[in-house]
Design a protein around this ligand. Structure first.
Ligand code: SME
Length: 162
């Protein structure tokens, strides 16, 4: 059985450990739902001050909620809408220090104060987004962004070419 260890050391060390755990968890498995579900759980439990961690997948028209940890969330998000839809169309990670200051933010959990959304692309193909919410203002810094982008990348790689 997979056992996640507590992260230790400085932030860079911790994200290196998280990435290693993520890779271990997905090793030999290509199923998108399985890997997204386990990754959501891993990250939700490994990092402090998070109230929602999960995936939205692109269905060819809009983003549809996938595996996650946290309270029930909005099911469908149009491209270009909210933090998630913005990450999807700009192809840029959205690191939002204060969600109330983001025009068009879609509040799914009223506890959320800051948010990080990593777009998931395989080449030019939009797969979806990886979304993290925090009840703490300005929870995510550039190190968190780098670390979580690496985890998101490992997820994309786990799917292979299919
Ligand atoms: N806040 C997001 C919606 C998804 S939830 O945070 C889970 C947004 O503005 O796109």
């Amino acid at each position: 059985m997979f056992q996640a260890n507590t992260l230790s050391g400085d932030k860079a060390d911790q994200y290196a450990q998280l990435l290693e755990q993520a890779r271990g968890l997905m090793h030999g498995e290509r199923d998108r739902t399985a890997n997204a579900a386990n990754l959501s759980s891993l990250v939700f439990h490994a990092l402090p001050d998070l109230n929602w961690v999960g995936f939205y997948f692109f269905d060819g028209t809009e983003l549809v909620v996938g595996p996650f940890q946290g309270h029930p969330a909005c099911v469908r998000i149009a491209l270009g809408r909210g933090v998630c839809g913005t990450a999807a169309v700009t192809r840029q990670t959205q690191r939002i220090a204060d969600v109330d200051a983001f025009p068009g933010h879609i509040p799914c959990d009223s506890a959320s104060r800051s948010e990080l959304v990593v777009p998931l692309y395989r080449g030019d193909q939009l797969l979806g987004v990886f979304d993290l919410d925090s009840p703490v203002l300005d929870r995510f810094d550039a190190d968190d962004q780098r670390g979580l982008e690496a985890v998101a990348n490992a997820f994309i790689e786990s799917l292979g070419d299919a």
